[in-house]
Write a protein that binds this ligand. Structure first.
Ligand SMILES: Nc1nc2c(ncn2[C@@H]2O[C@H](COP(=O)(O)OP(=O)(O)O)[C@@H](O)[C@H]2O)c(=O)[nH]1
Ligand SMILES: [Mg+2]
Length: 419
């Protein structure tokens, strides 16, 4: 009798749990985790950190359009060994959470880390496209189009005997059902018909994603995706510590407080005052060769900075730069008697967050200054200007740059925020 009781209980349990298990047709409905569709993307390995951030905005807006129609999630490409990042150990990748606030990104379009994609789906992707331009160029006429074409450049995918492909993605060996090169002329959304053409395709990788343009550069959706790119909390805190300790700067007195959710944050222009310091992004190294006439010598840079400090009645200058140590020491001497500041990471900080972490702390500190000036055509400078636009700084304190050989030069375009 006791056994029968147990048996009954067991049967009830089984029947009950079966009734909770969805039938096969139910599992494939929109919104269910099994019907999840994944968009993965990558950028040309030669591109730097700040152009990659721009490509994110293009692709996040594509992903947003896809996710409005179906259960798409954007897979974030880990940060590998970038050209300027000297410290990254070979084979080491930083997930996006190292630098950005993932929750904040997800408030614009659903995102997951690549490692979570691998956990959920295994090391395989159904379709991969390497984007490229048309070998014949525009032919004098800009038409939006794409076509499968022979590959113009080398890639890491090799075909298996069964027709599938094998390659590596961010240090992981992956199997790809189908790989092709796609010549394209157009915006990110030009890819929508290709991505959605087959219902059974649930995972698509697009490499060389920088090949496609913004759908609306500087428009509402551009700024929404850009505003969602809040920095990771540990980097914000590190920058805040430096500002408080060395620059008499904090969000309350600088009027740079933001709301937790970027979607609620639309400050009136001119609200932000910034800390009592001048900030500069002084790009050196490859820029000296590539843009020589537009990048000042250290002497000329110091002269311009001193004039600005005097005009703004400030004593402190924060310098973000990729200059080698000896150049920085020379500049510091040239800046006498003003106080020069630079973020010097602790070994623990550097070990954990690397050059990317230091670059972002530099950008946050620059973004919070009373007045900012940058370097000609540097995407590093552009990203700082955007941060300042988001915080509501007066335009004239943001869109500035140092002149090179000529004493006067054209100032950067004012890409004002749109809500
Ligand atoms: N920490 C720090 N790194 C910088 C600075 N300027 C340039 N870099 C490094 O050099 C890279 C510049 O490349 P990128 O992001 O492509 O910007 P761009 O080349 O100036 O348009 C950054 O990612 C940094 O690694 C700076 O002011 N501070
Ligand atoms: Mg670059």
């Amino acid at each position: 009798m006791r056994h029968f009781g147990l048996f009954l209980l067991y049967t009830i349990f089984i029947v009950f749990s079966l009734s909770l298990t969805p039938s096969k047709s139910e599992t494939c409905e929109k919104g269910d985790s099994r019907s999840q569709r994944y968009l993965l993307y990558d950028v040309n390995p030669g591109e730097g950190f700040n152009l990659r951030r721009d490509v994110y905005v293009r692709i996040a807006n594509l992903a947003r359009r896809l996710s409005e129609a179906d259960n798409w999630v954007l897979v974030l490409p880990p940060w590998g060994r970038l050209y300027h990042w000297k410290n990254a150990r070979h084979g080491e990748y930083y997930p996006w959470g190292s630098f950005f606030d993932i929750k904040s990104l997800s408030k614009w379009t659903p995102v997951i880390e690549f490692e979570d994609y691998i956990k959920a789906e295994g090391p395989k992707i159904q379709e991969a496209y390497m984007l490229q331009h048309y070998v014949e160029g525009w032919n004098g006429e800009w038409v939006v189009k794409y076509d499968i074409r022979p590959c113009l450049e080398q890639h890491s995918f090799r075909q298996n005997s069964d027709g599938s492909w094998q390659g590596t993605a961010w240090g992981t060996n992956i199997r790809v059902g189908n790989f092709s090169c796609l010549s394209i002329q157009g915006e990110a959304s030009t890819l929508i018909p290709l991505i959605t053409q087959k219902d059974e395709i649930r995972s698509i990788l697009v490499t060389r994603a920088e090949t496609v343009l913004h759908d609306e550069y500087g428009g509402k959706r551009y700024w929404a995706a850009r505003r969602s790119m809040r920095f990771a909390e540990h980097l914000r805190l590190e920058a805040a510590k430096f500002r408080a300790e060395f620059l008499h700067s904090d969000d309350v007195s600088d009027k740079t407080e933001v709301t937790d959710d970027w979607r609620d944050f639309k400050p009136k222009r001119g609200t932000a005052i910034g800390g009592p310091y001048l900030s500069v992004h002084l790009r050196r190294r490859d820029f000296i060769y590539a843009r020589g006439n537009e990048i000042p010598s250290l002497k000329k840079a110091a002269k311009q900075l001193k004039a600005l400090l005097e005009a703004k009645e400030l004593q402190d200058v924060y310098i973000a730069t990729d200059a080698p140590l000896e150049e920085f020491a020379e500049l510091k001497d040239l800046m006498e008697p003003y106080k020069v500041h630079q973020f010097d990471p602790s070994p623990e900080f550097f070990d954990r967050w690397g050059d990317g972490g230091v670059a972002i702390v530099d950008q946050i500190i620059c973004a919070h200054a009373r007045y900012f000036t940058g370097s000609y055509e540097s995407t590093f400078s552009f990203r700082i200007q955007e941060e300042r636009e988001i915080m509501g700084f007066p335009v004239e304190t943001t869109f500035n740059r140092l002149c090179g050989k000529k004493a006067e030069c054209e100032q950067p375009a004012k890409w004002k925020i749109v809500y």
